[in-house]
Design a binder for this molecule. Structure first.
Ligand SMILES: Nc1nc2c(c(=O)[nH]1)N[C@H]1C(S)=C(S)[C@@H](COP(=O)(O)O)O[C@H]1N2
Ligand SMILES: [Mo]
Length: 335
């Protein structure tokens, strides 16, 4: 096995790293995805069958999406204000290459994620709010104005994709919750169910997955609660039925399968920050000039083309978000 330190992977400590895991130097994410063929070949499984397996995983997520009680809501109207000059990452590629540590610390988690039960699904909104509530996801969907947005997504591992997310502006949920004047941060928490999400049996991780942003970030127009993708309800591997999309920050901030949203006056510690604060901080804004301690962030590999392109400050969203950080001093804003 190669030296794990050469990889740009979120977790430096994993001993059982699979051979197809992303390598910063040679294997692009796409290559890593296709290298699975090599792996399966080694196990005596032919290429035709591999295509079948990939196809059926994708098919399974399609079938489940069709069963989703919210299926009738999609597709939703695209908000043309969120335009991009990049091609959309094909659904097939995106749906077969995911980070979702609850279901494993590799990228091929689509099959395992299908065991997640997404109904009933309740979301608790609590803390410093006038209207604490626990609301079923379908009731929440009925209250929110759904739209589609094309967003870039830049993973801290130096790969990127472009996704047509459906959902609603996080600011609408903040308005529903009515935070009190003391609320400074919004904390998000993923479900906890180790029997279904066997990655949560790995006790060295600080489960459940937690993320947090400031109230100002949460009410910025770019902060988006995702409930669908590719014109359908969200496939489970994308973090169904409710995830976050913060396209100017590294992808780990875009927490999946949310069950709790809390308003607080204290800065929460995120999952990755608890694991390694030196590598993953609170702000985690994309910046090509600030390297991750183990690799450069100057470039990114586009998931579907394998093209290596320069990374942009705030992932290209500076116009919308740079002002949020103008008066913050003495903090690491880009890690
Ligand atoms: N609950 C949870 N949310 C998560 C993660 C995770 O492991 N668990 N991974 C994060 C990372 S590192 C990335 S890059 C994105 C990946 O989203 P995708 O699989 O839809 O591409 O989800 C983020 N949200
Ligand atoms: Mo990521």
């Amino acid at each position: 096995m190669e030296n794990p330190k050469q990889y740009s992977n979120l977790c430096a400590y994993r001993a059982n790293r699979p051979s197809w895991a992303l390598s910063e130097n040679d294997a692009t994410p796409e290559a890593a995805f296709f290298n699975r063929r090599e792996l399966l070949k080694g196990l005596g499984i032919g290429a035709g069958l591999v295509a079948g397996i990939t196809g059926s995983l994708y098919g399974a997520s399609e079938a489940i999406a069709a069963e989703d009680p919210s299926a009738g809501l999609y597709p939703v109207k695209r908000n043309e204000a969120f335009k991009l000059e990049r091609d959309i990452t094909p659904e097939k590629i995106n749906a077969a290459y995911n980070n979702f540590y609850e279901f494993g610390s590799h990228k091929q988690i689509a099959a395992a994620a299908q065991s997640l039960k997404i109904r009933p699904w309740e979301v608790t909104i609590d803390g410093l709010v006038e209207k604490p509530m626990t609301i079923g996801i379908d009731d929440l969907l009925a209250k929110m104005p759904l739209e589609e947005r094309l967003y870039r997504h830049r993973c801290v591992e130096a790969w990127s994709m472009t996704v047509p997310w459906s959902g609603f502006s996080l600011s609408k949920l903040v308005a529903l919750a009515k935070p009190t004047s003391g609320a400074k941060y919004v904390r998000f928490e993923t479900f906890s169910d180790p029997d279904v999400a066997t990655g949560q049996k790995q006790t060295w991780y600080p489960w459940p997955y937690v993320e947090a942003i400031t109230i100002e970030e949460a009410t910025n127009d770019l902060a988006f609660m995702v409930t669908g993708a590719y014109g359908k309800p969200l496939a489970k591997q994308f973090g169904s039925p409710l995830r976050l999309a913060l396209p100017w920050k590294y992808g780990f901030k875009s927490i999946k399968s949310i069950v709790k949203i809390s308003f607080t006056d204290k800065r929460p510690k995120s999952f990755w920050e608890q694991l390694n604060a030196n590598e993953y901080g609170f702000w985690a804004n994309v910046n090509p000039e600030v390297s991750h301690p183990r690799w450069s962030q100057a470039n990114e590999t586009i998931l579907h083309t394998r093209e290596k392109v320069p990374t942009l400050l705030f992932n290209g969203y500076g116009e919308q978000v740079a002002s949020l950080y103008e008066n913050i001093e003495g903090q690491q804003l880009y890690r």
